[in-house]
Design a protein around this ligand. Structure first.
Ligand code: 6PG
Length: 248
């Protein structure tokens, strides 16, 4: 879906998130949502935290998780958890017990990844084989085509066992924690959010050829039995041919 601008994109994406939450809560009594960092997701969280969305969403039945995180304490200004806390969590009536942030203050990143996987396994009641099924994952797209902390060339892109990985990001010379592609691909719905003209080249390159071949990490995310939806704005599509919605 191509929105006029960032504001229009946020309004429409917030509507879809609110609908997904309400539907899931009605059907199953809870909604599990994966959040990410980034400027476009941030604007959507801000929108969800005010007006009718803030009032109508059954926040006490919403469970929040993170798709990726920097290895820094949760009160660091660059923390994705802090961003979601400041823009959304602190403004809605979501119980503290429903917030499942990544344990990024741990100095051993591999241990932190294992610990988060354990947390997810407990939540979903899955000890051995199998994958969690999140109701919705919200993801951004970087100018290099990364999503969550799945960067171009990362070995984590082909990870088939772990749910959570400590990914060394060569480009930034840091470790990040990230859910693996298989986790996103077992979600019921994935929504990509990208706005602004700086995203136009990666959007053009990824969609102008055969969209079944992956050139960028975000193209590895295609839920097996779920929906894949792109919320873009006109600026992000300014170099692309007309757009379409892809559903899985
Ligand atoms: C992060 C992210 C990352 C982000 C993209 C897009 O922690 O930064 O989870 O994957 O979503 O980089 O970010 P922008 O919307 O700011 O370009």
């Amino acid at each position: 879906m191509v929105a006029r601008d960032l504001e229009d994109l946020c309004e429409r994406a917030a509507e879809m998130v609110a609908r997904a939450i309400t539907d899931q809560v009605l059907a199953r009594g809870r909604a599990t949502i994966v959040l990410s960092g980034g400027t476009t997701p941030r604007r959507v969280y801000e929108r969800l935290a005010i007006g009718t969305f803030q009032q109508a969403i059954p926040w006490d039945q919403v469970y929040l998780f993170w798709g990726d995180e920097r290895c820094i304490p949760p009160d660091d200004p660059d923390s994705n958890y802090k961003m979601a806390h400041d823009t959304l969590i602190s403004k809605v009536s979501i119980p503290k017990e429903n917030i499942y942030r990544m344990p990024t203050e741990r100095s051993d990143h591999q241990e932190a990844a294992l610990e988060y996987e354990k947390t997810l396994r407990n939540f979903f009641g899955l000890a051995g084989e199998g994958w969690p099924r999140f109701d919705l994952a919200l993801l951004g797209i970087g100018t290099d085509g990364h999503t969550a902390s799945l960067f171009p060339g990362s070995p984590i892109l082909s990870e088939k066992k772990q749910w959570v990985a400590a990914a060394y990001v060569e480009k930034l010379k840091v470790y990040r924690l990230t859910l693996t592609p298989s986790v996103f691909n077992h979600s019921a719905q994935v929504i990509f959010l990208a706005a602004g003209k700086e995203k136009a080249p990666v959007i053009k390159e990824s969609f102008s050829a055969d969209h079944r071949s992956s050139r960028f990490p975000f193209q590895e995310i295609r839920p097996h039995e779920g929906k894949l939806i792109f919320f873009l704005d006109q600026a992000a599509c300014s170099l692309s041919p007309p757009f379409y919605e892809v559903s899985g």
